[in-house]
Design a protein around this ligand. Structure first.
Ligand SMILES: [Ca+2]
Length: 348
């Protein structure tokens, strides 16, 4: 490693701290915002894979994040892609003036997470040269400890074409927990133009055997009181949920000593909210007149009944049924204070 690269490694290790917001598990079912979800169901999720460690790996923000040491030899730019499905732009690294035995390269320094995980580098490329055996193209990982690994290497020839993107994957698990330089470079052997196109460069950090904790409640605030599952499964059954009610849930992922919280998702259960039995209260008693307050819902009727002894067949209607208003209504009834009696309301 050249002194230049060591210095940059130190510099960018520290910038690496702004990256790496780990992703928590993603809900699979019910999907966020689902409605008419059964009140008995299996919640399921998938392991949270961290994918944001590279800066601008798709070159959609120009060449931001990519370090290009040029010495005037090469040009790095983000150019328009022909295929809209690939995003708007790709990265292009090319010789400015064809020269023999010239190195051109770009890199990023990334601190790979230290929790138990497999780490894969994925990218796709297309190369083009102006002569047969034009040069070599390689992808390297470098860190103190594991040293330099050639993740990929090939010859650049005249027959290469930009028509086809080549997808690649390389294992970086050995670099776990280390500040690592990931470099894409070419060496020219003959004085002909040479070009590398890159897109969708990303690191995927997949936790090894994570534990999950699942929280479920009817408020978006989910704490330990709402925890319904802890274990290594990717699903858990739940039953007896309130119908017609919005539920909130979240899955946290525990890897090593690290907790990675998922985002809160919500769904609405099927069915109507069952009507609540109204709770009566005595508003006032004046002589032989009692006023009873009944909380009501619009669209329902409320029939006050009275009994002197609470016997099952001893209840008698008191006045006419009252229509609910959505508010508290007050119903008056006559009673003899010295005898006492019981009131109830039948809501329909
Ligand atoms: Ca892109």
């Amino acid at each position: 490693m050249s002194p230049n690269r060591i210095l940059l490694l130190l510099l960018f290790s520290f910038l690496a701290g702004i990256r790496g917001v780990a992703l928590g598990p993603a809900p699979l079912w019910p999907a966020e915002g689902s409605e008419a979800v059964p009140t008995e169901l299996e919640l399921s999720w998938e392991v949270g894979v961290q994918e944001d460690l590279m800066i601008n790996g798709g070159f959609e923000s120009g060449v931001t994040g990519w370090i290009h040491i040029t010495s005037g030899l090469s040009v790095l730019e983000a150019i328009q892609t022909a295929d809209a499905a690939e995003g708007a732009r790709l990265g292009r690294l090319m010789m400015r003036t064809p020269r023999t035995f010239a190195d051109i390269f770009i890199f990023q320094s990334v601190t790979l997470p230290s929790y138990p995980a497999t780490i894969a580098l994925r990218w796709k490329d297309a190369t083009m040269g102006g002569g047969s055996l034009q040069g070599t193209y390689r992808v390297l990982a470098t860190a103190t400890g594991p040293g330099v690994t050639v993740l990929y290497s090939s010859t650049v020839g005249i027959n290469d074409s930009f028509e086809t993107w080549n997808p690649h994957e390389a294992d970086l698990t050995a670099y776990r927990g280390r500040p690592t330089i990931i470099e894409f470079g070419m060496t020219n052997r003959i004085a002909e133009p040479m070009q590398l196109r890159l897109d969708d460069v990303r690191l995927e950090v997949t936790p090894t055997a994570p534990l999950f904790e699942v929280f479920l409640g009817t408020s978006a605030t989910l704490g330990s009181a709402q925890r319904i599952y802890r274990g290594s499964s990717s699903s858990t059954p739940v039953a007896g949920l309130a119908p017609g009610t919005r539920h909130f849930w979240r899955v946290d992922q525990l890897v090593g000593t690290k907790r990675i919280a998922g985002s809160v998702a919500s769904f609405v259960t099927d069915g109507e909210i069952p009507p609540q039995a109204p709770v009566l209260s005595v508003q006032s008693v004046e002589g032989e007149l009692i006023r009873i307050a009944i909380p009501t819902e619009a669209g329902r009727t409320y029939q006050l009944e009275r009994s002197t002894d609470l016997s099952p067949n001893g209840w008698l209607a008191e006045g006419d049924p009252n229509s609910g208003t959505g508010d508290v209504i007050v119903v008056e009834a006559a009673m003899t204070p010295t005898e006492g009696c019981f009131f109830r309301v039948i809501a329909e």
